[in-house]
Design a protein around this ligand. Sequence first.
Ligand code: BTN
Length: 256
Amino acid sequence: MVDQTNKAAFAFLPPIWLEEATSTSTLLKERVAAGAPSGTVLAARRQTQGRGRMGGGWLSAGDGDLTFSFHCRSRQPPLATATLPMACALGVRDFLAMPPWRIATRCKWPNDVLAENAKMCGILTESGATTSGDIGLVVGIGVNVRGVPGRDAAIGRETAAMQDFFPDVGEGAALLPLLLECLEKRIRNWEERGFAGIRGDLEACLWGVGKPVTAKTGSGAVSGTVAGIGVGGELVLLSPDGGTVKVSSVAALDGW
Ligand code: BTN
């Protein structure tokens, strides 16, 4: 789905590391506007003003957490590109399942990754037209490697860090190449097969099936019991009256 005119499969460029950034996504969007190519990765050892989905924040450890953003260019309309963050969530899940840490996780629609119900990874995907007329996607990923006091309050939910499960996990900088490898595999599969290529895996690890939830959308909130994922990546909820409600996967994308 990405770079249809360029037949080369999606590939990450070597990460650009910053000692400190306000928000890697904010800074990368500026670089994309100035022509940074698809595959550019901007990572920060410390992020001071991390942003979350729907105007929320993201608090990372002063050092050693994983906070980075990458650019993926697409010629597809928003409905097709909206499932990219779901492919990324699966990539993060693959990474967390790797030895030696082997952390079991579930994906909470649209793209959170939870360990034992606590959020370990958040993904903020922002999309907008680029000067060339393509859709530019800046995907910002935060993985909690270390614990931070006050993180639950800052994020507004229970959180977990890799270190809670595997104390010798190491530094985010050393982990990034492994994570990028897992992400690249999932993104290439998504490019080749679209959402059909990931739907089965996503449903198999979907958090909350059978639970009552309220899904926030750009225009309000929808409540129901989680039933599954639709063919276009939408969340399918059973409503109290027995009907089904679908929450569009476009709700996964924030404005540029
Ligand atoms: C969320 O779950 O609300 C999404 C959180 C996304 C956080 C990452 S950290 C790297 C990138 N830079 C940001 O400012 N946000 C994203």
